[in-house]
Design a protein around this ligand. Sequence first.
Ligand SMILES: Nc1ncnc2c1ncn2[C@@H]1O[C@H](COP(=O)(O)OP(=O)(O)OP(=O)(O)O)[C@@H](O)[C@H]1O
Ligand SMILES: O=P(O)(O)OC[C@H]1O[C@H](OP(=O)(O)OP(=O)(O)O)[C@H](O)[C@@H]1O
Ligand SMILES: [Mg+2]
Length: 283
Amino acid sequence: MIRLAIQKSGRLSEDSLNLIRECGISFINSSLKLKTEATNFPLEILFLRDDDIPGYVADGVADIGIVGENVLVEEGREELQVQKLGFSRCRLSIAVPKNEAFDDITALEGKNIATSYPNLLQTYLSGEGVQAHIHTISGSVEIAPSIGLADAICDIVSSGSTLISNGLREVQTVFRSEAVLIAHQNLATAKQQLLDQLLFRIDAVRKAQKAKYILLNAPNQAIPHIKSLLPGMKAPSILPLAEEGWSSVHSVVNEDDFWEIIEKLREAGAQGILVVPIEKMIL
Ligand SMILES: Nc1ncnc2c1ncn2[C@@H]1O[C@H](COP(=O)(O)OP(=O)(O)OP(=O)(O)O)[C@@H](O)[C@H]1O
Ligand SMILES: O=P(O)(O)OC[C@H]1O[C@H](OP(=O)(O)OP(=O)(O)O)[C@H](O)[C@@H]1O
Ligand SMILES: [Mg+2]
């Protein structure tokens, strides 16, 4: 049995649970129960405060965990990181009241900055040669300037709407983060094997998330050009259509290149283009 720690309730929770489910692992989840066992994989899930997860994994109380890189680095536990997971992307940024002048980072010299990430902020300021007073608070950081607690803040930003709602302006990014899978450093062989199985499934899920299955019809004379636009996993499949002189082309495209490729395919004569999500992808 391998023990996984995830955030009980917050920005990481839903996507962490979804990832486990997409790996084909089933479990009963009740918001009151802080521990559950998977029904079809030797996995136990612990629901914890995110700040506690790196420590539990380092001590071996949990074998593996999912946390934001920001928390991992803040706690000085980078060595536990195994795999980036691509969700809960955000940045740790410095913000000041929106009408405050700010030419460069030296404007913060001698100022009070409120944050929940004192270590990440201190590392950044030291690198810039700026000395400031760091005031550590555990939440609602964006309120600090308006109540006279600090001149600036350093907190998590995603859409930026919390900053705007609180009359603040982002002036400097300190750290970029996403969710990561972490693991205890000396896992027993049996647990390491379970982690490897899990990583294999996570890899298949993540590859599939970035890829789309594409089907289209095209006149046979357009096929060489269309083939050159569609790499596929090895090469595109080309099947004759029931209509003379036409073929059906099946392939896999990356989400990032998707719209650009679609445009080119249309120009090349493709018709009836269907795009289908892929559930798992094993190369
Ligand atoms: N707005 C956001 N968009 C995307 N990711 C975010 C956002 N805010 C935070 N995160 C990421 O999710 C993690 C958890 O954020 P959350 O706000 O739920 O933490 P928390 O309030 O400290 O939770 P806990 O109660 O577990 O201590 C952060 O450490 C960060 O990596
Ligand atoms: O740029 P935005 O999209 O507005 O997101 C940023 C906000 O999200 C996080 O807080 P969250 O909402 O998770 O609440 P919390 O303070 O209780 O952790 C973070 O601490 C910011 O306050
Ligand atoms: Mg927390």
